[in-house]
Design a binder for this molecule. Structure first.
Ligand SMILES: Nc1nc2c(ncn2[C@@H]2O[C@H](COP(=O)(O)OP(=O)(O)OP(=O)(O)O)[C@@H](O)[C@H]2O)c(=O)[nH]1
Ligand SMILES: [Mg+2]
Length: 545
């Protein structure tokens, strides 16, 4: 796998910053050898599209946790080994062995909320996977959450995909997120299959319609017209399971296994091909400028990096965009969250009415009881409201991310247009990855608090006389506590959205900075460097075959 060494050397010599990250990733892939030479078949897709269920069904064992709420929160790799075991790798580099029964404690959102346990990946070793050979099956969190916990790790990891199975449920056939994901994945592998899941929910006529719809949408998105490359395989874990399993094995796993080395090689080839294309286009820019005088090169640079592409100006624009979103963030969130005020208040007041009379003991005890009750109720109800609010805010967050992404693509477009106009070269720069990030549900338990103190005087208030009076007293607390905690929920959600905005700003800014730096570096190449560029172009071109 020598080509990478050469590409890396050239990227270093000519300061082609923008492709260095891709090189590092491809290098990791090529470094796999011997026992490490796995092909990763990655199951990707939306929340609850049935990814984990699909894997369970494929290997005919309910080993991965599944559920009606988002479950998988950590990347989980399944592979053959002579004895059954599981290994948890943490972000700090340490690892522990656990039994396969314990994996849920590490990979599920409920048992490892927000990845508090700082897990990087969980490996499952199973003797029954012998028939898959050196194919590793990888379960991922639903997209959205895919980039959530530790976006660096996840992004670094995505390019290591060998073959991608995109699970799309018949309940939500092909969303915008799916299309974005497909476009991303295509850069790293040409081996992609769409698995249409939960087909038992449809009649055979409906299924045909959905398949047709997906095919059309794919060709409209210019992701291969239906008949080619992108095959759609229906799957149900409930109906005709054997048939489905056989078909998936036959179409995906058997060919991979039989042609293992060739597949491994092909996947690698695909990964470096796009890097080579990019590298070449930058070198050509450098080669052309090397024939110019210094004055001309200065002019070229100014023409390519025109007024609109000056980094300082772009940076200011990005700051303004992110600030304007942050400014109206709280208001946008508040209008959604506060719409649940009445509903929550009524619910709590009604439940209180029903339960208070059964509470026994002195004022101190009843107060404790009330606090505990209110805490639990607030947690429960606010969690539900939080979930609903986040769902409603999804479009808002997506529109912000689209704005940043659009900003990056119009930058790249303008840069490419300039390079083509001035130098006559089509730049093959690597597009910014569209990250789809979902807002996190804030932790309700930290949001709650009370302002009740009279209970320490409990001995002054015999409850057989005062119980009714305190009922009114407690009851009055409810609207106040509900509103206060909804306000906190608003702040927490708004803050999480601000973080998403900030991350987007940073990612776009860094991307643009690297692109500009690369172009500047190659345009300012020296006159006597023509031969150097020519040689590099020749060497890199050879690598293409
Ligand atoms: N009817 C039907 N339901 C299915 C099928 N496969 C999965 N489900 C249900 O869909 C829900 C989600 O399944 P999971 O396997 O947890 O989905 P997932 O994509 O792994 O979800 P996350 O890990 O949360 O992203 C569960 O309630 C499953 O029972 C299927 O073939 N038919
Ligand atoms: Mg799952």
């Amino acid at each position: 796998m020598l080509p990478l060494v050469k590409i890396k050397e050239i990227a270093n010599n000519f300061q082609i910053e923008s492709i260095k990250r891709e090189i590092a990733i491809a290098q990791r892939y090529s470094a796999r050898s011997g026992t490490e030479q796995y092909i990763d078949v990655v199951v990707l897709g939306q929340f609850k599209s049935g990814k984990s269920s699909l894997i369970n069904s494929l290997i005919n064992e309910d080993i991965l946790p599944v559920g009606v709420v988002p479950v998988t929160s950590i990347i989980t790799r399944l592979q053959y080994y002579t004895e059954e075991k599981a290994q948890v790798q943490f972000l700090d580099g340490s690892s522990i062995n656990i039994s396969t029964k314990q994996i849920e404690n590490f990979i599920s959102e409920s048992k490892n909320s927000k990845n508090i346990k700082r897990v990087e990946v969980v490996d499952l070793f199973l003797p029954k996977l012998e028939k898959f050979g050196k194919i590793r099956i990888i379960d991922t969190p639903g997209i959205g959450s895919f980039f959530k916990h530790n976006s660096d790790v996840a992004i670094q990891w995505l390019p290591e995909i060998g073959l991608a199975l995109l699970a799309i449920s018949v309940e939500r056939p092909l969303s915008e997120d799916d299309i974005l994901l497909l476009k991303d994945v295509k850069r790293y592998t040409s081996e992609i299959k769409i698995i249409l899941t939960k087909t038992d929910l449809l009649s055979s006529n409906q299924l045909k319609e959905v398949m047709e719809y997906i095919k059309n949408s794919l060709s409209q998105a210019e992701l291969n017209p239906a008949e080619q490359d992108l095959e759609i395989l229906p799957y149900s874990t409930i109906k005709d399971v054997d048939k489905n399993r056989n078909q998936l094995t036959e179409k995906v796993f058997s060919p991979l296994k039989e042609n293992f080395s060739r597949s491994f090689e092909n996947i690698f080839r695909h990964k470096i091909y796009s890097i080579i294309q990019s590298c070449l286009s930058y070198l050509e820019v450098g080669f052309k400028s090397s024939y110019k005088t210094e004055k001309e090169r200065e002019r070229l640079k100014d023409a390519v990096i025109d007024e609109h592409l000056k980094f300082q100006i772009i940076k200011n624009e990005l700051d303004i965009i992110s600030q304007s979103y942050k400014d109206k963030n709280r208001e946008s969130v508040s209008s959604v969250v506060m719409s649940f005020l009445k509903e929550n208040r009524n619910k709590l007041e009604n439940d209180f009415q029903k339960e208070y009379d059964s509470w026994q003991g002195n004022l101190f005890k009843v107060s404790r009881k009330f606090e505990q009750w209110l805490e639990n109720k607030l947690k429960e109800e606010l969690f539900k409201s939080g979930e609903k609010a986040i769902l409603q805010l999804d479009d808002y967050v997506r529109s912000i991310q689209n704005h940043f992404h659009l900003f990056a693509s119009s930058f790249a477009e303008r840069l490419n247009r300039n390079v083509e106009k001035v130098m006559g070269i089509k730049l093959n720069n690597i597009e910014l990855q569209a990250e789809v990030e979902k807002i996190k549900q804030p932790d309700i338990s930290v949001s709650y608090s009370f302002d009740i103190h009279i209970d320490l005087l409990w001995f002054l208030f015999p409850m057989f006389i005062f119980k009714g009076m305190f009922k009114k007293f407690f009851q009055k607390k409810i609207p106040y506590e509900v509103e206060k905690n909804l306000n906190r929920l608003t702040s927490d959600i708004a803050e999480n959205i601000s973080k998403v905005i900030e991350r987007n700003r940073q990612i776009v800014s860094k991307y643009i900075y690297n692109e500009l730096l690369t172009i500047e570096n190659v345009v300012k190449s020296q006159k006597n460097e023509s031969a150097k560029y020519e040689k590099a172009i020749e060497e890199i071109s050879k690598l293409k075959d």
